[in-house]
Design a protein. Structure first.
Length: 304
């Protein structure tokens, strides 16, 4: 009797489950049995099966675009892409005009050809006649004449400022001041904001701003920076003994948080430096307020 009752209960439960499953919708991407395709004039099907159909007009640009700047009169747009820049005018017209800018290049050791080096950091002068474009690992900012589309100057930031000689600068963003007299540059490699005199084309100021600044915004006499770093990483020294690999570590020396991360640790024949504290004020520094325009050296104070 008990066995029959149990079977009946199981049968009823099974029927209830099947009925509930039939009422439950099956969620899936819109495209089920069609291939991915790119259709600039219609509906694009992504590799994930999703549809992409822009509402407004679109304009194809070079591959891997990752930087965008617009002149203050909204007439010219600059797009920074992989190894190339594009100036777009009449972008609101039926047939916009697209002009190509050659990215700054750098010589690679052991190779004859130079390779382009640039980032997405760019801005226009207030009159829209000059474009400022970051040269990435060259540690410089290029000045481009918009009319001729040629580089007319290049300002290096690997110079002495405030009695300190900077090297290995990597500029990822650049923005012009409201009056156009100065440029503010995020040097992600040296944890600093660099100030360029746009008229003299010279780096005149350098202010520490926290770890790995990568984006700049200017509003009035305020310069805002976005940081992406928690820690300041240090080079791993060579091992003291030949028993260990000189090329590097074979395993992470510590986790975080931990005493080893805070104090450092002896690992694989070498002293591994400690990480900086996560709550350090230099992590994700939010703002710099310029007390004067512009700051003149590392020694000038900045309010965070």
């Amino acid at each position: 009797m008990t066995l029959r009752l149990s079977c009946a209960v199981i049968a009823v439960a099974s029927l209830s489950f099947e009925a509930g499953a039939a009422d439950t919708p099956f969620l899936h991407a819109p495209s089920v049995d069609t291939y991915a395709k790119h259709d600039p004039r219609g509906r694009t099907i992504l590799a994930t099966g999703r549809y992409l159909q822009p509402v407004g007009r679109h304009l194809p640009v070079a591959r891997f675009p990752y930087g965008l700047a617009m002149s203050r009169d909204s007439r010219t747009i600059f797009v920074a892409s992989d190894g190339i820049g594009q100036l777009i005018t009449n972008w609101q017209a039926a047939k916009p005009s697209v002009a190509v800018l050659d990215a700054p290049s750098i010589k690679t050791k052991g190779k004859r050809k130079e390779r382009p080096t640039n980032t997405g950091g760019a801005d226009f002068s207030p009159d829209g006649q000059t474009l400022y474009w970051s040269a990435g690992e060259l540690g410089a900012v290029g000045f481009y004449d918009v009319a001729s589309r040629r580089e007319i100057a290049r300002v290096s930031l690997n110079v002495e400022v405030g009695r300190h000689k900077f090297e290995d600068s990597y500029i990822v963003d650049v923005k012009a001041s409201t009056d156009g007299k100065y440029l503010y540059c995020a040097d992600v490699a040296n944890f600093r904001l660099v100030v360029i005199d746009a008229t003299r084309r010279l780096a005149i100021g350098s202010v520490p701003v926290g770890r790995y600044p990568y984006a700049v915004a200017v509003r009035g006499n305020h310069v805002y920076l976005a940081n992406i770093g928690l820690f300041e990483y240090s080079p791993v020294p060579n091992p003291k003994s030949g028993r260990f690999d000189k090329r590097g570590l074979t395993f992470p020396p510590f986790g975080y948080p931990s005493k080893e991360a805070r104090d450092g640790v002896e690992f694989e024949g070498r002293k591994i430096p400690a990480h900086s504290a996560r709550r350090d004020r230099e992590s994700f520094a939010p703002r710099i307020r310029l007390r004067r325009a512009p700051p003149c050296s590392d020694n000038q104070r900045a309010e965070k």
